[in-house]
Design a protein around this ligand. Structure first.
Ligand code: FES
Ligand code: FES
Length: 154
């Protein structure tokens, strides 16, 4: 039995501790915001938060999570920082096919929780391991800049 806290709810699952978190989220919990991209921790599409840190859920066996809190994009609720960030997404509309965007949003949110006004370099570093096949990189960065009150589009 594996016990997890996902989006502030405790769930008990009769699964192997080796099962990657992404499988639990998508296949068992119906939380399909985190996406399966590469499956090897390279693309960032599966990113969720574990104790507030962005984590690639395709590569995290549930047995390693313990009592840590898992938050997915479905669990952002009324987090004011998330609301600002999503406001940036609405204003700048970076999304094309959308596949990579939940992961990018979760990484950006963790960054903004850590730094209220990250520098361009900090934003680039945080998002450097997200792959977007639609090439929305600059628009994603512009959306983050809106969220931090910068009008410095590129
Ligand atoms: S699916 Fe997890 S990093 Fe690509
Ligand atoms: S918006 Fe299509 S993969 Fe990023």
């Amino acid at each position: 039995m594996v016990i997890l806290t996902i989006n502030n709810k405790t769930v008990e699952l009769d699964i192997s501790e080796d099962m990657p978190l992404l499988w639990v989220l998508r296949d068992l919990m119906g939380l399909t915001g985190a996406k399966y991209g590469c499956g090897i921790g390279q693309c960032g599409a599966c990113t969720v938060h574990v104790d507030g840190k962005p984590v690639k859920s395709c590569s995290l066996p549930v047995g390693e999570i313990g009592k840590s809190s898992v938050i997915t994009i479905e669990g952002l609720g009324n987090d004011p920082v998330a609301q600002k960030l999503l406001g940036g997404w609405v204003e700048k509309q970076p999304t094309q096919c959308g596949y990579c965007q939940p992961g990018q949003i979760m990484t950006a949110l963790a960054l903004l929780h850590e730094h209220e006004r990250p520098t361009k370099e900090e934003i680039n570093r945080a998002l450097s391991n997200h792959i977007c096949r639609c090439g929305t990189y600059q628009r994603v960065r512009n959306a983050i800049k809106v969220a931090i009150g910068s009008t410095d589009d590129e």
